[in-house]
Design a protein around this ligand. Sequence first.
Ligand code: ADP
Ligand code: MG
Length: 327
Amino acid sequence: MSAAFALRGLTAAVPGDKGPVRLVEDVSLEVDAGETLAVVGESGSGKTVTFTSALGLLPRPGRVIAGEAMLDGVDLLKLPAEDLRCMRGARIGMVFQDPLTGLNPVFRIGDQIAEVLRAHQPVSRRAARDRAVELLRRVQIPDPARRIDDYPHQFSGGMRQRVLIAMAIALGPRVLIADEPTTALDVTVQAQVLDLLGDLRRADGMAMVLITHDLGVVARQADRVAVMYAGRVVETGTVEQVFRAPRHPYTVALFRSMPDLDAPAGSMLAPIAGSPPDPARRPAGCAFAPRCLVADDLMACRSETPRLRGAPHAAACHRLDEREPTA
Ligand SMILES: Nc1ncnc2c1ncn2[C@@H]1O[C@H](COP(=O)(O)OP(=O)(O)O)[C@@H](O)[C@H]1O
Ligand SMILES: [Mg+2]
């Protein structure tokens, strides 16, 4: 049994004054066909860098210094640049936060979708256009045969994100990576776009990675969750395991700090004191120790990096065993 998409020990760095600065370190994650893995964590925790690194999209001078990114048994990081570019369009779909950056303002929507198809497959102009209309229909854009000749500025933010989703699924990818796909949208539109992603994932049996900082979204959409802090995965498990009994003190703090879709308006939030470390100045030991309420010098919290253990509900905390078996 192997996952549709799996990262193993992924480590990416940028050059620094005192050698490489690791932006993400030893990240291992996997997602099966038809499953949604949510990746959560404060801003700056390494969510975006993890996936841009895995797909060969980390801007220079950043580079992957260790690890694998396996898609159906092929390590993307070992592919020649041209093959990887091809994989990215065809086998891996990507949807990013800002629906404007992904579209070219001077070309019609239909031509941009057709371009994605024609870049990977020998299809006639006519056939590409028909497929583009069909794709717009799949992402629930009303009157697609007419809208296909519109320009991006004639679409609302939510509709533009739907167009980008259509482009991402155009070639039937095995994996869809959505990086905060609704952050730039109105609250009312967010749920619709997320529902659409969920429907497409189920219909096509895609593996989906959903990067989000909205725990309500995780609860509603995901099967499993990975919590990142300071460039590392600090907890993974099923959504039920992690929500019912979070095992890492950071996850516990994160739950207290974040608004939940189901929480009554005005419920108390407790921001996590302090801020995440700069990647160049990560403390020795557990990177969360300076903000952790249970960090203990006797437990190596400030001297050794804790390993993820306890799978299938794993956490990287030196004090894990003491706090069990509360879960
Ligand atoms: N190209 C880059 N060069 C140097 N540092 C970067 C680069 N991209 C991101 N970082 C740093 O890497 C860390 C992780 O960033 P990122 O993955 O964007 O976080 P997230 O997506 O979880 O908000 C942050 O400290 C960020 O400042
Ligand atoms: Mg990000």
